[in-house]
Write a protein that binds this ligand. Structure first.
Ligand code: FE2
Length: 511
């Protein structure tokens, strides 16, 4: 049971992460753009390639541990011992006694987390996976105050993920938090609540795709994301698990590899994350629906593992799709893998499944948020790979229905996001009405290869980088505070260089 304690006036007397200060500032196109001192760059020592990540054997996964800086010995021991248990036992999960014993022997109170999620104007949810049943206490204070609120979780079950709701906070406010067991601080971080949807303000959200395990261990990339202070981040697929088919034990092993990464821990502890999957964190390359040789039990197991290891808002349907309102933005993340109907490829409803498609249509009609970000694991437009494994060869009818709905109902503020085709790209999607949609893809977070950055026909392409040219992420800064509402898109590389910047006045997003 989670119990909330009233504000206390005690000094917290602890130091929180100070990740958010910058070392060097230069004026660019925009005064808030930061250029990082290149001396802060950390060199890669063990480069893991994409084909290696797909294999993910012991040697390759171990190489990722030290790809930039060596891991502390106790964390390494724990990972190797737990990975061995997962590898040997197809049904192993985090409650396995050998895994719990290893965590305790290596002095690890947490086997995963804190992972922030479900941010709203009054709080968020903290996900974590403890190794013991010791009670957890989370103290939360405003960053400019020593008063704190306390939230308790008594006797958590070891190895089972916990979700602790932090409620009763103020909108548009910076907070620090620290997690204790028996008065010992075991983790901490900071976050900022969004402005109320009605309230005028600035809200920054980051997004990207295709970590492919590799990028989760990149301190340059993750430090840069943290320094730019986004209030939330969307991960559009191929995140942590790579090509594990229906081997749920190895899905768990890959989540463990994520959760012991130091850069990942800092990202997850300081920025609320929202995620959807693409093919590689579902079954395997280009796999969708129920792939040949697998069954609905396999699919359900993968959905369950997904749910256990992320901290997304609750799903409303049978897939992993969801919507949530964060400040001025309604985030709609689609499940563009597990609801596909393979035997009906090309027919209406085959890509999202009828249930999800109808849900999306309803969400769009009902949304009151000024902005809507709609993510698809694969591309909305067909410019790069001619619809390969995406809307263009699966369901152009439903795509057209969605586009038409937005135009006919004059639904404002919609921006499309996508991943899958490794690279960072921006497009417009022209309509016969003269209106244009915008689609942005920001990758790859893992620096992995893919198709050419620019399409053969560049008429509707705003920019393009291939997957290995840059390691970059996307960023939206929504401004509802200025006289005229607008959003600025930026593409930022792992060292903080702003590669692309596009200011979109709100009128451009109104059909
Ligand atoms: Fe990918």
């Amino acid at each position: 049971m989670i119990k909330q304690i009233q504000w206390s006036y005690l000094l917290m007397g602890m130091s929180f992460f100070t990740l958010l200060s910058c070392t060097d500032h230069k004026s660019g196109k925009n005064s808030e753009i930061t250029v990082i001192d290149s001396s802060s760059q950390i060199s890669i020592t063990h480069k893991v390639t994409l084909p290696q990540a797909h294999i993910g054997d012991l040697e390759i996964d171990t190489m990722l541990l030290d790809s930039y800086t060596p891991l502390p010995q106790n964390i390494r021991n724990f990972y190797l011992e737990a990975r061995d248990v997962f590898y040997e036992n197809p049904n192993a999960n985090f409650t396995n006694p050998l895994i719990l014993e290893s965590a305790q022997n290596n002095n690890l109170a947490l086997m995963g987390g804190p992972l922030l999620g479900k941010l709203d104007k009054n709080g968020l949810t903290i996900w974590l996976r403890p190794s013991t049943s010791k009670s957890l206490e989370i103290k939360v204070n405003k960053s400019n105050s020593t008063e704190y609120k306390s939230y308790l979780k008594n006797s958590p079950e070891p190895g089972i993920e916990q979700r602790i709701e932090i409620t009763g906070l103020a909108a548009d406010t910076e907070y620090n938090y620290a997690i204790y067991t028996n008065e010992n601080k075991i983790a901490g971080g900071s976050f900022k609540t969004p402005p109320d949807t009605e309230q005028k303000g600035i809200f920054r959200l980051t997004f990207g795709s295709d970590f492919h395990k590799i990028g989760l261990h990149n301190p340059n990339l993750i430090n840069t994301i943290l320094k730019r202070k986004p209030q939330a981040m969307m991960l559009l697929g191929d995140n942590a698990v790579d090509d594990r088919d229906n081997k749920v034990n190895m899905h768990r092993s890959d989540y463990l590899l994520r959760d012991i990464s130091k850069p990942w821990i800092q990202l997850a502890a300081n920025i609320p994350l929202y995620s959807c999957w693409d093919d590689h964190d579902y079954f395997n390359n280009d796999k969708a629906g129920i792939p040949e040789g697998f069954n609905t039990t396999d699919r359900d197991a993968l959905r369950e593992i997904w749910f256990q290891n992320w901290n997304n808002p609750n799903f409303e349907g049978s897939g992993i799709y969801f919507n949530t309102v964060i400040g001025p933005v309604e985030v709609i993340m689609l499940d563009s893998r597990s609801c596909r109907e393979n035997s009906k490829r090309g027919e209406y409803g085959s890509y999202l499944g009828i249930e999800q498609l109808n849900w999306l249509i309803e969400r769009l009609k009902k949304s009151k948020s000024p902005f809507k970000l709609i993510s698809s694991g694969t591309m909305w437009s067909d410019y790069i790979s001619n619809g390969k494994d995406s809307w263009g060869t699966w369901d152009t009818l439903a795509r057209e229905e969605i586009f038409k709905l937005i135009e006919s109902e004059k639904i404002p503020g919609v921006i499309f996001l996508s991943g899958d085709r490794h690279g960072a790209r921006g497009f417009t999607i022209p309509r016969s009405t003269g209106f244009e949609f915008y689609e942005f893809e920001a990758g790859t977070l893992g620096g992995v290869p893919g198709p050419a950055g620019m399409a053969k026909d560049t008429t509707h392409q705003l920019f393009g980088y291939d997957g290995t040219e840059v390691i970059a992420f996307g960023e939206f800064t929504f401004d509802t505070k200025s006289k005229d509402t607008f959003v600025t898109f930026r593409l930022v590389d792992e060292f903080g260089k702003v590669l692309e910047e596009l200011k979109l006045p709100y009128e451009r997003l109104v059909p």
